[in-house]
Design a protein around this ligand. Sequence first.
Ligand code: BGC
Length: 485
Amino acid sequence: MASKVVRKLPDDLKLGVATAAFQIEGAWSEADKSPSIWDNFCHIPGKIKDGTTADDACKSYNFYKRDIEMLKYLGVDFYRFSISWPRILPNGFADKISESGIEYYNKLIDELLSNKIEPVVTMYHWDLPQNLQDLGGWTNPLMADWFEEYSRVLYKSFGDRIKTWITINEPKQIGLFGYGLKRFAPGINAHGIGEYIAAKNIVLAHAKAWHVYDKEFREKQKGVCGITIATDFREGATSSPADIDAGLDAIQFEVGLYAHPIFSDEGGFPDRVKRLVNKRSKEQGYPKSRLPEFTKDEIEFVKGTSDFYGFNHYSTKFYTRVGFERGMYPEPSYDDDIGAIASYLDYEQGAIPHVTVIPQGIRKALKWVKESYNNPPIMITENGYGTLGGIEDYDRISYFKKYLNCILDAIEIDHCNVLSYTAWSLMDNFEWDSGLSIKFGLFQVDYEDDRRKRTARSSAMWYRNLLSTKTLNLDHVPVLEDISF
Ligand code: BGC
């Protein structure tokens, strides 16, 4: 089946594109918006590879109507964007709600709806108000309460029109990169500890926001609420039992740490992670495991709190225990706890390693989610390819074709329950620690132009064709047209 050149997409598969507030909005100090951890982080010299900031980014705060013109050109069913917490609640807390913040998202939502594009909202895509970080950010257990209050403001303000809520985008990247590896804001160097505390608090925050929706809003607003988890695949580098085991450990650290408490029958952190962190903690002289535990009540509170599995996927990594030695990684640390070496094997790496093209991994990851968590409805909330630029982006088109082909295998052959597919991203934007240098857009953004002119890449034409035909034609190569907004 996989060798067919033309494949019909399921009639009910919804197709869209995604962005995130910090990556596109700019207007970082507009009106009463307070700084987020990312505003401050990218102002610290040396943190962002190309030295850029997101102060202006794509200026979508000013030019959101043009973004909607681009969405109309593509013909998407939905647009996934995120709301900036410090734009809505400048103090981080719900004591003061910003009128201008609410107004901005009202305009965006209304404009989308009047163009028949469904808004899909992420509540938190990494731009934490700095003043909450000053209180410990995701290492403070009270974050769960503060997130709950923020979520209630969003449901009240926008829930009459928003029918799909994503609470939190990619807990691993928040916790590990932000509190374990210093790569992302807030840049806390607490490896082996910070990422695990953050994991627990993020999962609890998500669960609280879900319960608020379920109890207070669902009946009236009739939407769904879930979490998005980075679900890149992890497997053994060889078929040796030791490597297979390393792969099974790795996927539990990378994905299960966040998915298991929410989607599994037994709840709580996965056994493999508990076992390994506990073992290393003991060897290192800690009186108890560095991995915090969920109480029995918390386990029950968190279980089943997602109406769908939000699935982001870019690539696959392979793990081996051959050549692994203690001392290779800092101690304590997440990598040392996994106790294996990760690589992309001989696959050719692109401009950014985490888009190394390994399309069969997406099928394996979808099947893994299906089999691990009772076949949940899956929304593919991100998938895409980063380059150094260029309008004729046939490498991106090729990535999309190969990945979609494997997604269709997952749907048709493995019977994974995939509801939607989201291309990352609508346009080039601020790619976190890579700054503006890495381009993920179907549309190119000209950062030299004050109006941030957006020009359609070949991939925009290709995606538009996919959307209008609802057919994946592996041979289709679009002719580049001159289209800009
Ligand atoms: C994030 C996006 C990011 C994309 C590409 C995901 O991890 O959710 O914000 O731009 O990957 O790296």
